[in-house]
Design a protein around this ligand. Structure first.
Ligand code: BES
Ligand code: MN
Ligand code: ZN
Length: 488
């Protein structure tokens, strides 16, 4: 698994600036004003920072942008990275500066000369999140180890503020690693093993095998995995950090690889379907974050782990299967498999836990990418408060989320002539009919949101806080939603 940067905090010591190796990050505000630590770096470099602050180049920088000066005179460091950030910066700008600092820092040491900057923990969050590089499949891994030292006026205040940020970043890295792992490495069985390891952090973990799932009646889920040699599994993770109250439930689609099944996908780009367990990956990341920061509430995470393969045992188009709820589904297209997995896990989550609310996550439809691209996940919900609060949390974390409609009028698209429903509703409103399908497995009055993360779970270009590839989208948003709603 990919390790986080090591982060430690020290008190301000101006004399350390000359001898620090690696990269030294300093802050200059929008007006070109140097703080005490930047002034010392300026003196060591014979006025280089002042020249920068007076330059057009500095003027052209936006708030939170950074620039790098390499091999500065008078310092042992290989580079000084200057961020344009004022002492009373916003959370957003502090995180942005952190990501910029990380992008301009090599391996080795990074000294963040924070002084009395207001939000060093948010700068650190940006640094740590951006410093990600998956190396596990390289024959000669180059671990991207970074030792970060935060030099702050009040280290005893800063250190405890950084700790929960690192907990959440660990969760994000867990999600990114799971999403990045190829499908021959992350099988249903090895995925379950990664989740069992969360027991060490105090998460209660149960794994249900195919015989047990059969007994429980999860036939729509099992129908998806029928064609694969890898056994289908459902994993239940409970974090009980609260009192006796009902838990909040997170449910994730964990298709470790989606070939489409008998409704086989075209070859071009099929390799991307290794990320089709992204929903389950986010649930795993959130559970890890909650456990590491010892969240004071109860959350249960459930994931359906299956592989969608064609074979002589695979489900055929036209087959009818019965869900755990009892409703029957005519499977028109075996590539619309995520909803079949979620239907049973959603039902089970409600039956067993009677949760205070449910959010499910899934790389569910290509149509959501047509609608929202790679900037925002689609939010489908039966509850205005839940969706408003979630979107607020996502926005605060810089993770895009946009409410999409649900309405009974779309139901006719998924009515079946021979069964209770069919699993596809045609090209029109493909993401909404998928949402309508899921809603049929939500009990009346249960606050619920479905997050379609097909466009945001893994992307082809770098984003604000991640290199290209798996983003970990949603871990921070859900962590904040849970903290603000249930721990406030
Ligand atoms: N896993 C895919 C959706 C997907 C597409 C995720 C692109 C990430 C990137 C899902 O199982 C699927 O195949 N959906 C079909 C549904 C259709 C058959 C109704 C789709 O979107 O084409
Ligand atoms: Mn599919
Ligand atoms: Zn899929």
């Amino acid at each position: 698994m990919t390790p986080l940067a090591n982060v430690s905090t020290v008190a301000v010591d101006l004399n350390q600036l000359a001898d620090a190796t690696g990269t030294v990050a300093v802050f200059v505000d929008e007006n070109g004003h140097l703080d005490q630590l930047a002034r010392r770096v300026n003196r060591l470099t014979k006025g280089a920072l002042e020249r920068l602050a007076d330059s057009d180049a500095f003027n052209d920088m936006g708030v939170g942008d950074v620039t790098r000066m390499r091999f500065p005179t008078g310092m042992a460091a290989d580079a000084v990275v200057v961020a344009k950030l004022s002492r009373k910066c916003s959370i957003e700008d502090a995180r942005k500066a952190g990501a910029g600092i990380a992008k301009n820092t090599g391996k080795g040491a990074l000294l963040i000369a924070a002084g009395n900057l207001h939000r060093p923990e948010d700068v650190v969050e940006g640094v740590v999140l951006r410093n990600y590089s998956y190396q596990d499949q390289k024959s000669e891994p180059k671990p991207n180890t970074l030792d970060v030292t935060v030099m702050a006026s009040k280290p005893d205040v800063v250190e405890p503020a950084i700790a929960p940020k690192l907990a959440v970043a660990e969760g994000v890295f867990f999600t990114r690693d799971l999403v990045t792992m190829p499908a021959n490495v992350l099988t249903t069985t090895s995925f379950a093993e990664h989740l069992i390891a969360l027991q060490d952090l105090g998460v209660e973990v149960e794994v249900f095998d195919e015989d047990q799932l059969e007994e429980m009646g999860m036939r729509t889920l099992l129908s998806v995995g029928h064609g694969s040699a890898s056994p289908s599994k459902v994993v239940v993770m409970q974090w009980n950090g609260g009192a006796e109250e009902a838990p909040f439930a997170l449910v994730g689609k964990g298709v470790v690889f989606d070939t489409g099944g008998i409704s086989l996908k075209p070859a071009g780009g099929m390799e991307d379907m290794t990320m089709d367990m992204g929903g389950a990956g986010v649930v795993a990341g959130v559970m890890k974050a909650l456990a590491l920061r010892k969240a004071k509430t109860n959350v249960v995470g459930l994931v359906g782990l299956v592989e969608n393969m064609p074979s002589d045992r695979a489900t055929r188009p036209g087959d009818v299967v019965k869900s755990m709820k009892g409703d029957t589904v005519e499977i028109i297209n075996t590539d619309a498999e995520g909803r079949l997995v979620l239907a049973d896990v959603l039902w089970y989550a409600q039956e067993r836990f009677n949760p205070s609310g449910v959010i499910n996550l899934a790389t569910l439809t290509g149509a959501i990418i047509i609608g929202l691209g790679h900037e925002m996940a689609g939010v489908f919900s039966n509850d205005d408060t839940l969706s408003k609060d979630f979107i607020k949390a996502a926005t605060a974390e810089g993770e895009g989320a946009w409410r999409m409609p649900l309405a009974p009028a779309y139901d006719k698209q998924i009515n079946s002539a021979i069964a209770d429903m069919k699993n596809v509703g045609g090209r029109a409103a493909g993401s909404i009919t998928a949402g309508q399908f899921l809603q049929r497995f939500i009990k009346d009055g249960m606050p619920w949101a479905h997050l379609d993360i097909a466009g945001v779970a893994s992307v082809k270009a770098e984003t604000a806080f991640a290199p290209k590839g798996a983003t970990g989208w949603g871990v921070r948003a859900l962590n904040r939603y849970i903290a603000d709603t249930y721990e406030g």
